[in-house]
Design a protein around this ligand. Sequence first.
Ligand code: PEP
Ligand code: MN
Length: 353
Amino acid sequence: MELQSILLPGVDPKRPLVIAGPCSAETEEQVMETARQLSAQGIKIFRAGIWKPRTKPGGFEGIGAEGLPWLKRVKEELGMYVATEVAKAEHVRLALAADVDIIWIGARTTVNPFAVQEIADALEGTDIPVLIKNPVNPDLDLWIGAIERVYNAGVRKIAAIHRGFSSYDKKIYRNLPQWHIPIELRRQMPEVPILCDPSHIGGKRELVAPLCQQAMDLNFDGLIVETHVNPEKAWSDATQQVTPAILDFILNTLVIREIKQTTENLSALRRQIDELDNNLLELLARRMRVSEEIGQYKKEHNMPILQEQRYDEILQNRISQAEHMGMHPEFMKAVLVAIHEESVRHQMEIMKK
Ligand code: PEP
Ligand code: MN
């Protein structure tokens, strides 16, 4: 997969890439005021849902196309880039016509290959960045499949958004992070940047900051955070949105660990481990050869292989020595028993010859 950067001109390439804005565009004033505050803090990409997939009917299903001119105002008056969710071809056409800069495919859409294909077809020939949320269910292949469908339509500015996975049992998180899934996505598709959506994972304001930090510690490339001027009064996802001021605080207290530095130190340490393992293997092989010589001797002198007393001594001495060296006795016992078993096996081979 050959991708192009999703970074639009003027966006700081430093980690994390930040996208912020309300769950839903509600009114022109709410959109403009939220965007104004975010822009004053240096946020360059504004998000707002226009078409909202709601779990149950009767919830606020989004302002619809009526909100698109509001996003245009955000672009023109504040110079921000704007992003919104699309769930069908019609949304893609309307968003493109309204000069939306970035679109994302929501979790409830990623689960449906027909819907993703329809969106991908509508995107053919465009070069708009497309962010693909994980499906609601923890199915990595479905996520990868959606990325491939969009890629196969010719889109080259692609990123993934990790927004957690639905579960029946909602205790701490609204959607379980299951970090191993985005980590595996990174392994299988290292060229795809991954953003974290702490708002939909946490479902609660208090969880946004720790989730942002975890995502940074796992080398995620960016964050998409639901931000509202008056979160308690939000028409959708009121419990998980934060004010622009809180977001600013969260971003300023994030600890961004230098990836290069860490990986350099890490590879130096890994080289040491490789060398030590090599020494261990050589020592073990030598020990096995000596043990075979002992086997030969025992055979020639008609002695039994197992000399209980000697084995007992070895175990006791080595285990107490290991303890002095800061290792756990049970661990050392397991290692010695395994080595002894293997030595006995070698000596039995020699006896047979
Ligand atoms: C959203 O970003 O507002 C949204 C609907 O998210 P998700 O698709 O992750 O539920
Ligand atoms: Mn939301």
